[in-house]
Structure formats: C-alpha cells, structure tokens
Design a protein around this ligand. Structure first.
Ligand SMILES: *Cc1c(COP(=O)(O)O)cnc(C)c1O
Length: 231
C-alpha cells in the first residue's frame, strides 16, 4: 500500500471506532479527503483506495482537477473554501456540495449557474462560531434569515451547517457544542438540513462527539501541504 492508502485506512479505522459510541439515530459520519494543493495523482491514489469524497478550497484548482479526473466515476467534489462572485460558475458546474456559503448574493448566483442536467447543489451555511474577525462565516443570528433565502432557490438544496472553530483548546469544545445546538435549531425549521461539517485533522474526534456528520481531513490523509506554487 502507498502512504495515502495507509493513512486513509487508518483514518477510517479510527472513524469506525469513534463512531461506535455515538447515538444510533445520528447519521453515520462521512470523511471528506481535503486535497487542496495536492496533485491529481494523489487524488487518484486515494480513489484507488476507495475514497470518493474530496474537498477543494480554490475554484480554479477544483475545476482543473475535476476536468483532469473525469474518467473516475462517482467522484464527489466538496467545495470548502472562500467563494467570490466571479468564481461561482466554476463551482456551480463541478461541485456536488458547497460547505462555505455565507452570502445571499453567492447563493443566488450558484443557483442560477447550476446546470439543469445536474441535481441541485447541496449547500451548508458556514458559521463563524469563534466570532474571529479573521474567519469567514455568518453569525448565529444570521443563520435562519440566510437559510430562508436558500430554501427558495431551485438550484440549491439547504443541507446543513459548517464551521472552522479557532484551534484554541480552551474554547474548542464549547464551539462544537454550540454548533450542535445551532444544527438542531436549523433542523426544527428545515428537517432535511441534517449535515454538520466540522472537525479537521487535529480535532475531529472531539467534533464527532458533538454530532459532526462530515469531517474534513487534509494533512491526516495527504501529509503536510506546500503552498509555494499556489494561486
Ligand atoms: C484545509 C482545510 C481542511 C483540512 O485541514 P487539515 O488540518 O489539513 O485536516 C479542512 N477544512 C477546511 C475548510 C480547510 O480549508
């Protein structure tokens, strides 16, 4: 086995172990392999090992890799990075999921630009849970108003929430717990919006305890990233 296959096997083994203690009514967590800055060959190695869900942060990089990898069936692209209006088309045409929705204008563009032959784009609202000035995302108070807009758009399916908490051990658990509460509130209004995308290589076991349904693992699968030659 190559390194990527080994890391994936290890991550899935741990995921199954940590999932055993979750209430049986919670959805089984899904692992998104975050391949930003990694090559198409790295993605093919993970695919050969059985991985189908991949996360990308940059629209152009997503589009380039999606084009290079059209021969791989069942590949599911998750767009998880910041999204500007001039790049929405690339994402609307290639992704199955957007985790990082935070603006009504972007939602409307994604819906309009979603090709008719594809199913609606599944979107998660990104919450700035640590209220860090540097972080993307909406406040808890903005969640239901943005959800109400997304729910009216034919090209989108409102599917849940996403967060990237500050890696601060003193507040991480409280941030995950608050995301779980927000997710429950959202589901009272939109019962189909069950997904909760939180947890990265360094903190995902804790995220799972607070109801994460999607964990986004980059370093743990593909190793450290090199941003030198990046857009
Ligand atoms: C890069 C990135 C990840 C993966 O981070 P790791 O710490 O390498 O697992 C997950 N989510 C988002 C939004 C990212 O940008």
């Amino acid at each position: 086995m190559n390194n990527i296959a080994e890391q994936l096997a290890l991550a899935y083994q741990q995921l199954h172990k940590f999932s055993e203690s979750r209430p049986s009514e919670w959805p089984a967590p899904k692992l998104i392999a975050v391949s930003k800055t990694k090559t198409a060959a790295d993605i093919e190695a993970a695919y050969a090992a059985g991985q189908r869900r991949f996360g990308e942060n940059y629209p152009q990089e997503l589009a380039t890799k999606a084009t290079a990898l059209t021969h791989l069936g069942e590949l599911e692209w998750h767009f998880i990075g910041p999204l500007q209006s001039n790049k929405t088309k690339l994402v609307a045409e290639t992704a199955s999921w957007v985790h990082s929705l935070e603006r009504e204008k972007i939602a409307r563009r994604l819906s309009e630009q979603r090709p008719a032959h594809l199913p609606p784009l599944k979107v998660l609202l990104q919450i700035n849970i640590s209220a860090a000035a540097s972080k993307a995302g909406i406040t808890a108070e903005q969640m239901l108003p943005l959800a109400a807009v997304v729910a009216t758009l034919p090209g989108l399916t409102l599917s849940g929430l996403m967060a990237i908490p500050e890696p601060d051990p003193a507040r991480l658990e409280a941030d995950f717990a608050q995301m779980q509460q927000l997710s429950r509130l959202l589901q009272q209004h939109y019962p189909q919006a069950v997904e909760l995308s939180m947890g990265m290589s360094d903190d995902w076991p804790l995220a799972l305890r607070y109801g994460a349904t999607m964990i986004r693992l980059g370093t743990a699968i593909f190793g450290a990233r090199n941003y030198d030659k990046h857009e």
